[in-house]
Design a binder for this molecule. Structure first.
Ligand SMILES: NC(=O)N[C@@H](CC(=O)O)C(=O)O
Ligand SMILES: [Zn+2]
Ligand SMILES: [Zn+2]
Length: 349
């Protein structure tokens, strides 16, 4: 029985760090565990220009503890007025790692997103040309489409035509939640990859309503039926280089989740790696954990693999890991906790 493993330090390929007091509260949490992270641009207002991007990168740097070696990989929020030159310049200078597509209205802070994809064709051409990946929140916003079907319908209505129009564009389907998503990505060419979150490997839609409504299990895309969770576990542990960890750690004040119309987003940064280790252990795939959390994402983004290591141990973590994170005078953020006990912890690193 494996009791301890050493792996290359992980990266987080989908992270919300927010701004202001929240940024100060959560940036050190991710920096303590991950070497790098793709920083989501859905601030209010969003990160739309290279000036916005530089200013945000500066605020992130200022929120990190002295001596932290964490590297934020910056992204821009795609809008119908994004200038293709911004892409070309950002790619050339190395400041821009990726561009995020939010269908307008699909998720938290997506109002400034794209309503009509034909309006961003020249931007997508510039991205394809410069090798800048497009990260997609893959859900349609058509109110007629059931919330549990929005990802599968997105693949059919948006992703397939998009890939046909831009065959050389590198795309990450963020936080996949369905069997359809996993098999579509698994069967596609190497220009398409997907991130998977810890929570979608752990909870299904029934868990959201177990014993009452559970706002801290609510995120978008919403967790689906058990067969989908099983398909995601299979994809993550398959060894396929197309799947990698994106925590989608998305902090909201507990007051904004525990209310009549709670926000979508799960904060998991303190526990993401231990929970993913537990999933891989349960699936008998600990030998593939490093690929999922530390190697596959770097390969897709054409970045070097991290040099330092971390050690994971099969032992319950200190209870403090679940303590709500204080976000200043506005309140605190509840940490994701599955109903099943967590039996893995980060021992060193
Ligand atoms: N995942 C979520 O439920 N919420 C994210 C946005 C997103 O990643 O869709 C957030 O910014 O809160
Ligand atoms: Zn999203
Ligand atoms: Zn997200």
């Amino acid at each position: 029985m494996v009791e301890q493993i050493e792996i290359t330090r992980p990266d987080d390929w989908h992270l919300h760090l927010r701004d202001g007091a929240m940024l100060k509260a959560v940036a050190p949490v991710s920096a303590a565990r991950f070497a790098r992270a793709i920083i989501m641009p859905n601030l209010v207002p969003p990160v739309r220009t290279l000036e916005d991007l530089r200013a945000y990168r500066g605020r992130i740097a200022a929120a990190l503890p002295a001596g932290a070696r964490f590297r934020p990989l910056m992204t821009l929020y795609l809008t119908e007025t994004t200038d293709p030159q911004t892409i070309t310049q950002g790619a050339a200078s190395g400041e821009l790692t990726a561009v995020k597509l939010y269908p307008a209205g699909a998720t938290t802070n997506s109002d400034a997103g794209v309503k009509d994809l034909s309006k961003v064709h020249t931007v997508l051409e510039a991205m394809q040309e410069a090798g800048v990946p497009l990260l997609v929140h893959g859900e349609v916003t058509d109110p007629e489409v059931d919330i549990f079907d929005r990802e599968a319908v997105f693949i059919e209505r948006v992703l397939t035509p998009l890939r046909k129009d831009f065959p050389a564009l590198r795309i990450v389907m963020e936080h996949i939640t369905t069997e359809e998503g996993a098999s579509y990505v698994g069967e596609a060419d190497d220009n398409l990859a997907a991130t998977i979150t810890p929570q979608h490997l752990i909870i299904n839609r029934t868990d959201i309503f177990k014993g009452g409504i559970r706002p801290h299990f609510y995120c978008l895309p919403i967790a689906k039926r058990e067969n989908h969770r099983q398909a995601l576990r299979k994809a993550a542990t398959s060894g396929s280089a197309k799947f990698f960890l994106g925590t989608d750690s998305a902090p909201h004040l507990s007051s904004l989740k525990e209310c009549a119309c709670g926000c979508a987003g799960i904060f998991n940064a303190p526990v993401a790696i231990p929970y993913v280790a537990q999933v891989f252990d349960e699936e008998g795939a600990l030998d593939r954990l490093e690929a999922f959390v530390s190697l596959n994402g770097a390969a897709f983004y054409r970045l070097p693999v991290n040099e330092d290591k971390i050690t994971l141990r099969k032992a319950a973590p200190d209870e403090a890991i679940f303590r709500p994170v204080d976000a200043g005078e506005d309140g605190s953020v509840v940490v994701f906790r599955a109903d099943k006990p967590l039996m893995w912890s980060v021992a060193e690193g």
